[in-house]
Design a protein around this ligand. Structure first.
Ligand SMILES: Cc1cc2nc3c(=O)[nH]c(=O)nc-3n(C[C@H](O)[C@H](O)[C@H](O)COP(=O)(O)OP(=O)(O)OC[C@H]3O[C@@H](n4cnc5c(N)ncnc54)[C@H](O)[C@@H]3O)c2cc1C
Length: 384
């Protein structure tokens, strides 16, 4: 049964809410409850994600958070006790315009300066290592061998189990319908299962983040956008160690998924919505592009597909931290398509902010909510 009071209420049982719960409990703040509206945890974007984990970002804070997170994913079994099937096959970014080459050259230098072992590749080298890729129009590529992919639901489950063992309580089928505030301070949450009094409420509601913001009168400029994924039948022609390959110009990506392949592409023309239906005519475009880039895909057969939601902000950076004017209200939202891979760092950051007032591990100035009113910087440019 839902308690009448908790020290912290976390809204959203996705990977970020659960990572935050775990990190808070590890710091000794154990009277924490996680509220999830669906029947099970990781039912939102987390369970629908491609599971990609990369460190190749354009901003320093994202590179640092991703490098930290990769270390945590590598040791997840030892530290958290869950096998997350982390396959470090690398991420290969294919670049086909001068502008992309310039952007990635800058990012490559920044990544190297931070100690990331990323490689700059000429098209001939790409062809040599991955002969199936058509490189005629490719100008350059970058490859980081410690990137890869893992199972997001297992990561979420691992954090949930550890959090529970430390005293955290997780309630599914419990939707937050309102947040009570008084004199600019959070007092508690209204839910479909009753009221819970709490001085701290954390918004990790993924694509629903702005709706939670509205409950305290704040406009969080993160909005949901449909993204689709398609899975092929067994395709042994492409070997298991094939990297997550990103055709950056076309927002198209591919990786192995079991014996088959997983392909996705972002349709930047599609407006914001909560639509999660699969559009099979879009699948044809994804496959068509795939055949252009990797001609042997002509033999591949798509077996299934699904759609989930990205939560996108105007600068493709998340909002992490307190929201000014609403004491006790914290967010970790708007991850713009890279929220799974950063989740170990995100949970740590929020737990530091809540228990110590600030993050000691990362400089997260770029993630402050105030930036939307102050004027935005360049933001993250490696967005897929
Ligand atoms: C197709 C696709 C591919 C992706 N690929 C990648 C990738 O390769 N790598 C990567 O890092 N990221 C990827 N992402 C993004 C990634 O999935 C998200 O950034 C990440 O899962 C966000 O986790 P979260 O915990 O913040 O949100 P979510 O997993 O969405 O969790 C939020 C939860 O809050 C719950 N909730 C919402 N409102 C309420 C309420 N009022 N009351 C109670 N509960 C509520 C929801 O039901 C949901 O379960 C992808 C996303 C999609 C859709």
């Amino acid at each position: 049964m839902l308690p009448s009071r908790a020290d912290v209420v976390i809204i959203g049982g996705g990977v970020n809410g659960l990572s935050t719960a775990y990190h808070l409990a590890k710091k000794g703040l154990t009277d924490v409850i996680v509220l999830e509206k669906e029947k099970f945890i990781a039912a939102g974007s987390t369970g629908l994600s491609a599971g990609g984990i990369r460190q190749q970002f354009s901003t320093e804070v994202n590179i640092r958070m991703a490098m930290y997170s990769v270390k945590k994913f590598e040791r997840f079994k030892e530290e958290i006790g869950e096998d997350i099937s982390f396959r470090q096959v690398g991420y290969l970014f294919l670049l086909s315009t001068e502008e992309e080459v310039e952007l990635f050259r800058r990012s490559y230098q920044l990544q190297r300066s931070l100690g990331l072992e990323v490689e700059w590749l000429e098209p001939s080298e790409v062809k040599k290592r991955w002969p199936y890729i058509k490189v005629d129009d490719i100008l350059a590529a970058t490859y980081c061998p410690t990137d890869g992919y893992a199972d997001p639901a297992s990561v979420a489950n691992g954090y949930a189990k550890q959090a529970r063992s430390l005293g955290v309580k997780i309630f599914t089928e419990t939707e937050v319908t309102g947040i009570k505030t008084e004199d600019g301070e959070v007092k508690g949450v209204e839910t479909t299962q009753g009221y819970v009094e709490s001085p701290i409420v954390v918004n990790t509601a993924g694509p629903y983040a702005h709706l939670i913001g509205q409950m305290v009168g704040v406009d969080i400029p993160a909005r949901p956008y449909r993204r689709q994924i398609f899975i092929t039948d067994s395709f042994p022609e492409i070997p298991p160690d094939w990297p997550m390959t990103i055709d950056f110009h076309y927002n198209w990506y591919i990786r192995k998924e079991g014996e088959g392949l997983l392909m996705g592409m972002s349709d930047l023309e599609e407006p914001s919505s909560f639509n999660m239906n699969v559009d099979w005519s879009f699948m044809e475009k994804v496959v068509e592009h795939g055949i252009e880039r990797i001609p042997i895909l002509e033999k591949a057969r798509v077996m299934r597909g699904w759609a989930g939601l990205y939560s996108i902000t105007p600068d493709s950076q998340p909002v992490i931290g307190p929201i000014p004017g609403v004491k006790g209200f914290y967010c970790a939202v708007g991850f713009s398509g890279h929220g799974f891979m950063l989740s170990p760092a995100t949970g740590l950051i929020l737990s530091e902010i809540i228990t110590e007032g600030e993050s000691k591990t990362f400089d997260i100035t770029e993630f402050r909510f105030e930036r939307f009113a102050e004027g935005l910087a360049e933001g993250e440019r490696h967005v897929i």
